[in-house]
Design a binder for this molecule. Structure first.
Ligand SMILES: [Zn+2]
Length: 429
């Protein structure tokens, strides 16, 4: 930059190098009056932009500002699901940055005792981003979580997300029949994304698909939005959609008995896709039986329950082949013909290697989903209808060779898309 020429102080140099993120308005379209919060903007805006810029440069998908009372706040970044420090905010700085981010995403900076959700449209390095923000009061203050979504490169459909062709086919098959198809898993493992991927995996040429619930910042693709009337109950909305000859309904999470019941009542007339918190897919089937106090109905109405685990994929630019011990291949259950596996670059002791520019030196770039599926086949229906628990359901699934995490993970290792170490890490977690 010409204006920087001849000036040697450090701050000017920094200005020359680092272009900061641009905030271009709120997601909700609400106008933000920065002028009337001039003091707050002065204290926190630059720092907030620096933090978000750092997160975008490091490819983070999530950023969290965690208040630590008197000591300020900690910034945590998540890159492909792994947490890294994003630095510390001293004293009141944490509060100022949180407040400013709330302000520019159209939230009320003064409201600090209730959770709020909003977002910012942003641009950085010629790319458009959506920064979806959630705030939540904690004992120490207020926690801010930001999801950073690269608008053009965001992945929503199963193929984009790296699902195996077998899982993509299963999604089509199970959503092609009337009944209930669920995504299930522990909180924080991408259950909502999985449910949405199932929805996006539906054959749009055959099925008319509608979202009856909030889908947040996600790109709907061929899915249509179905406007619920004010305070319209799920059952009534489903009835209206059935009359309109809709084929598939994406409904709110199965987190209460009413939603579950109203969905199950319509299982013969429409395909219903939703999500549910559970330890895994088999446990979800078991707890549906308990919620409805009718395992026979579960056996009759559910087509299948999907679960997912995310695993980092190796960076194609710097991954390195090696020949593993044949005994190890056998021990972990890889096919015998596999002779070469891949892993991140391994420096010799004392050797310094220059970090790969593509992945930043971690050896991994992006993630793929491993899928498990409990399919309600005729034999599985018998197990479920008889009130079988999660263990019995799993045993039956293994017997019928349904998709499992382990099998999907080993496939990724055999194909050289991920490493054995990464697979072990995911299963330990
Ligand atoms: Zn790399």
């Amino acid at each position: 930059m010409i204006f920087g020429f001849g000036k040697k102080n450090q701050e000017e140099d920094l200005d020359d190098e680092v272009e900061l993120v641009l905030f271009q308005g709120t997601l909700s379209g609400v106008e933000v009056d920065i002028a009337s919060h001039a003091r707050l903007a002065e204290v926190g805006l630059l720092r907030a932009k620096e933090i978000v810029t750092d997160a975008l440069e490091r490819r983070a998908e999530m950023l969290r500002i965690e208040p630590k009372g008197e000591k300020g706040a900690m910034v945590q970044l998540y890159v492909d699901g792994i947490g890294y420090s994003g630095g510390r905010l001293i004293g009141k700085e944490g509060l100022a940055v949180t407040q400013v981010l709330k302000l520019v995403s159209g939230l009320d900076p003064k409201q600090r005792t209730k959770p709020q959700s909003g977002g910012i449209r942003a641009e950085f390095d010629d790319r458009k981003y959506i920064l979806a923000i959630d705030t939540k009061p904690t004992k120490e203050g207020e926690r801010l979580t930001m999801q950073l979504v690269d608008v053009k490169n965001a992945k929503y459909s199963p193929t984009e997300l790296g699902f195996s062709s077998e899982s993509v086919e299963k999604i089509r098959e199970l959503t092609g029949e009337k009944g209930i198809v669920l995504a299930a898993g522990p909180p924080g493992t991408g259950v909502t994304s999985l449910a949405f991927a199932i929805l996006r995996g539906i054959d749009a040429y055959v099925q008319a698909t509608f979202a009856l619930c909030d889908t947040g910042h996600r790109e709907l693709g061929s899915v249509s939005k179905f406007e619920r009337r004010e305070e319209e109950e799920l059952g009534t909305a489903l009835q209206r959609l059935i009359r309109m000859e809709g084929d598939v309904a994406f409904v709110e999470p199965f987190d209460n008995e009413k939603t579950v019941r109203e969905s199950f009542e319509k299982h013969e007339e429409i395909t219903i896709v939703s999500e549910m918190k559970a330890r895994d897919a088999a446990s979800a089937v078991e707890s549906l039986g308990k919620i409805l106090k009718d395992p026979k109905l579960v056996a009759e109405a559910v087509n299948g329950v999907f679960g997912q685990k995310l695993i980092r994929v190796l960076c194609e630019k710097c991954k390195q082949p090696y020949r593993p011990n044949p005994k190890l291949i056998q021990k972990v259950g890889l096919p015998e013909e596999v002779q070469t596996l891949y892993r991140p670059p391994q420096p010799e002791p004392g050797e310094e290697i220059r970090p790969c520019r593509r992945c930043g030196g971690s050896g991994y770039l992006g993630r793929a989903a491993m899928i498990e599926l409990i399919e309600l086949t005729d034999d599985m229906k018998k197990v479920v209808a008889a009130g079988g628990d999660a263990a019995a359901i799993k045993t039956q699934a293994r017997k019928e060779k349904m998709l499992t995490f382990r099998e999907e993970g080993l496939k990724l290792v055999a194909e050289g898309r991920t490493s054995l170490e990464e697979l072990q890490r995911v299963f330990r977690a």
